[in-house]
Design a protein around this ligand. Structure first.
Ligand code: SF4
Length: 364
């Protein structure tokens, strides 16, 4: 538990923070119309995506799937299309799994209970706290990376914030500050401060901070040194050859396995090594292709959280053939309107889209 003197000290800062938030809060669609469903979807989108990038996705998602039950019932391919470009597609799948549970067990309304929210797929402590406090006014902290940073600086806590005991004590500090009548505003105020003033990886804008008078790392003269975070493990590099197999204005897509990276997504077929262009015909032949021309189309890279794909692309023109199970032909309309391609392939899919509109393949 945080010590009593810390608790008293922290509570003294709460009002200043709330007053600052009232003046400086940014207007977002989920804040202007804060239903439990909208808050939930926004929080899931914002887990790995910047706010500015998520805004058009959020509006499109809400227009297409305005309720929990529409989300529960939507076709998976349509859901993936709505998520296309946001990445981390398991977030969308978990949203739908949770929506089905909410319809089956809670009559289509998100439960007003932190524990019940926490039991839903894709909802961890932070998201459960955000929904419980913002949508239902329950006095629960919502501690994300922004909040950990603000708190570590405020208390001059030099513990490694990737460690569970450090996270726990910082969470307790936030809990101690929570005003029981405005937990949602308070949680958003700390996050907003972290996003706009107490900035990461740089010197924070302390002169604009409403709680600077009580900030211990500022008094110590080293806020930019905090939070302490253990070095991340280096990413594993994976070399892949991407085969862009085309025939009659259509491109061959492959469905990935149901588990693991990009589970169940349609992709440009690829093999996990770099192979010379002249050997790609033999690989494509195992799917039934009869290539007539093979062209190297350059390298690409995509960085996931733990893996980096270093890709080389090969374009194969082939005579039409019936693809085996797990493959399909997609034309321009299908790619535009129905089937999502993961952004890992953006280095090729943007040129593919241009090619499908009749332009020559560029960027070789
Ligand atoms: S005074 Fe500076 S370091 Fe402290 S909480 Fe405010 S912005 Fe962050």
């Amino acid at each position: 538990m945080a010590e009593t003197k810390d608790i008293e000290f922290l509570r003294g800062l709460t009002l200043a923070l709330l007053a600052w938030y009232e003046k400086h809060r940014r207007a977002f669609p989920w804040r202007e119309e804060p239903t439990p469903y909208r808050i939930w979807v926004s929080e899931i989108m914002l887990q790995q995506t910047r706010i500015e990038a998520a805004l058009p996705y959020f509006d499109r998602f809400m227009a297409a799937l305005p309720t929990v039950s529409t989300l529960a019932d939507v076709e998976e391919e349509r859901l993936m299309k709505l998520w296309e470009g946001l990445g981390y597609y398991s977030r969308a799948r978990n949203l739908q799994k949770a929506a089905k549970t909410i319809v089956a067990d809670y009559g289509g309304e998100l439960p007003a209970s932190y524990e019940k929210l926490l039991s839903l797929p894709g909802i961890g402590e932070y998201t459960a706290g955000a929904i419980a406090s913002m949508a239902y006014g329950l006095p629960v902290p919502a501690v994300d990376g922004n909040v950990l940073r603000v708190c570590a600086r405020l208390l001059d806590d030099e513990g490694d914030i990737t460690r569970a005991p450090v996270k726990k004590r910082l969470r307790e500090a936030v809990y101690a500050m929570l005003p029981p009548d405005r937990p949602g505003d308070f949680n958003q105020a700390v996050m907003e401060l972290g996003e706009t003033v107490c900035l990461p990886n740089t010197v924070p804008l302390c002169s604009e901070c409403p709680i600077r008078g009580g900030c211990r790392s500022r008094q110590a003269g080293h806020p930019e040194r905090l939070p302490v975070r253990a070095e991340k493990k280096a990413r594993r590099v994976e070399k892949r050859t991407v085969l862009i197999v085309i025939a009659g204005g259509r491109v061959l897509l492959h469905r990935r396995e149901d588990k693991g990276l990009l589970a169940g997504m349609w992709e440009l077929p690829s093999v996990p090594s770099w192979i010379p262009p002249e050997e790609t015909d033999a690989v494509a032949a195992t799917w039934g292709a009869r290539p007539t021309e093979t062209v190297a189309v350059g390298d690409g890279k995509h960085v996931f959280s733990h893996i980096e794909w270093q890709m080389q692309g090969v374009l194969l023109y082939t005579r039409p053939f019936s693809p085996p199970e797990g493959f399909l032909w997609a034309d321009a309309r299908r790619l535009r309107e129905e089937t999502a391609l993961p952004s890992a392939f953006r280095c090729y899919s943007s040129r593919l889209a241009q090619w499908m509109q009749g332009e020559t393949w560029s960027g070789q």
